[in-house]
Design a protein around this ligand. Sequence first.
Ligand SMILES: Cc1ncc(C[n+]2csc(CCOP(=O)(O)OP(=O)(O)O)c2C)c(N)n1
Length: 517
Amino acid sequence: MNGAQALIRTLVEAGVEVCFANPGTSEMHFVAALDDVPEMRAVLTLFEGVATGAADGYARMTGRPAATLLHLGPGFGNGLANLHNARRGRAPLVNVVGDHARSHKRLDAPLESDIDALAGTVSTWVRRSLSPADVAADAAEAVAAATSAPGSIATLILPADVSWDEGAAVAERCPARPAPHVAPSVVEEIAGVLGSGEETVLFLGGDVMVADGLLAAARVAAGTGVRLMSETFPARAQRGAGLPDVPKLPYPPEMAIAALAGTKHLVLAGARSPVHFFGYPGDVPGHPVPEDCTVHVLSRPGEDGVAALTALAQLAAPDAEPEVAEAERPVLPTGNLTPRKVSAVVGALMPEGTILVDEALTSGVGLDEMTAGAPRHDWLSLTGGAIGDGLPMALGAAVACPDRPVIGIQADGSSMYTIQTLWTYAREQLDITTIICDNGAYAILEHELTRVGAQGDGKRAGQLLDLGGPELDFVSLAQGMGVPASRATTAEELAEQLQKALAEPGPHLIDAVLTRR
Ligand SMILES: Cc1ncc(C[n+]2csc(CCOP(=O)(O)OP(=O)(O)O)c2C)c(N)n1
């Protein structure tokens, strides 16, 4: 068996069944070995950022890593932004990065670069396999590293000759470190804080954003009077009728500050203490937590937050009934298209079990509210702020959950970072409906320009924020990659086109042209 065959078989043994790939010459033996291991599904992406974002989405929906196959340092670099998002969301992921054959390294060939340095910026585990005899054990360790709580990125660098040389053998699965339980004394201490009678917020994120964690948190809230809030961009949140509707901490600093004003105790469950995305000129604090507020930790990322919340609910609110969202849908709106109307159409029509991928940015206004009472669904957000993850995450989510509809609410500018993802939707015939929120601008940056107090005559600066001239033709772009597409300029058209897209299998794109100010 050659190194590549042993590697892929070992990955499959360890539960890695999908590889999002963009190969090159140094990965040819890996590619060839895929024919020997049909249990590994290989999905071709036309850019490494698509592969890494897809692995991110896949991991969020399954809790298991996908592999990526990347071509040396430049391929890894192309995948970096979405690896960053995956890291911020603590998604388990295994990168296999091809490298030159060992004998070729010292020649400084054109594709030679410092892969280890690149990998180190996002990975908790980096190793270069040094011989075919090692590669399988290395792969098993990579999977264990990626899946150890709370989930992280492992990067295995694979020299071409380690792939092609014989003498390898499959390795057994390595145990991963499970999430440790929070000590009972911590739960007791937090129960004491909740009993203080002072304004308290139970701040949720990470692993607790699933039904059991949210219901336990809602029991605590009902029994003790504390408020629930979640981090602004949870990696994956289960929502909808029958589950608690937990408000997110708003993104704009002034709104985040207002949301936490008066809070005396902030209790963290699975989330880190919040900070603003950016610092701004002037004497503005970098976080929205009031000065006289004490931050307490029930569970850290990587600890078992659901178990901690369940124990807390038993202790602090044993008889409480959680407050949950009623089944309720918005009425279908009419007339010109605004972000709120797009949200209302989605809330009115999304089927049970939808995976909602939110890279709507400024067009996400109202999406939380309009979908809170919709049938149960999952919501994936942009965890690390690096735009261009929406389309790829939807790809990964659809591969992970082939029986569930995926709806991507996608800002136009962000879609262009990884627009070629559409081609993989078509090739794999995935049930993904992409709604492009077409406002013709980098609208959020218009707000940020004002917020940072930047001055200018506005004209030249405006050119860097405007996406018109030439206008992007998303219908043609989608059709050119094999995805059926249509354009909606009114709420009625959007509703009709979304209904049709959801009824037909396979991918669809709707260009929702928003009314400009
Ligand atoms: C990788 C990366 N590059 C650049 C940015 C900076 N950035 C933030 S928002 C944005 C534009 C977003 O425009 P669009 O996707 O059209 O959404 P809108 O603001 O119009 O709602 C840019 C370029 C970023 N966040 N990530």
